[in-house]
Design a protein around this ligand. Structure first.
Ligand code: ZN
Length: 75
């Protein structure tokens, strides 16, 4: 698994996809920036045991993960 390091916010990411997700803003207007931790958490991103930010868990990559909506439905 490749690790992506961001020199902007000094965080590491478990994949380039996770890295891409934390960069927001418009290229054309030079408004690219990094999300803050709270914003990444709000998007479902999580930190693994190595402290790297990862993509939100999905059923595809993490079948054990049950979304909050599903828990509510099952109750
Ligand atoms: Zn960053």
């Amino acid at each position: 698994m490749p690790v992506s390091y961001c020199s902007g916010c000094k965080r590491t990411f478990s994949s380039t996809s996770a890295f891409d997700l934390h960069r927001v803003g418009n290229f054309a207007h030079n408004q690219r920036r990094c999300l803050v931790s709270q914003e990444m958490s709000a998007r479902g991103m999580m930190r693994n045991e190595k402290g790297q930010w990862t993509l939100p868990p999905t059923e595809e990559v993490a079948p054990w993960y049950v979304s909050l909506e599903k828990v509510v439905v099952e109750i």
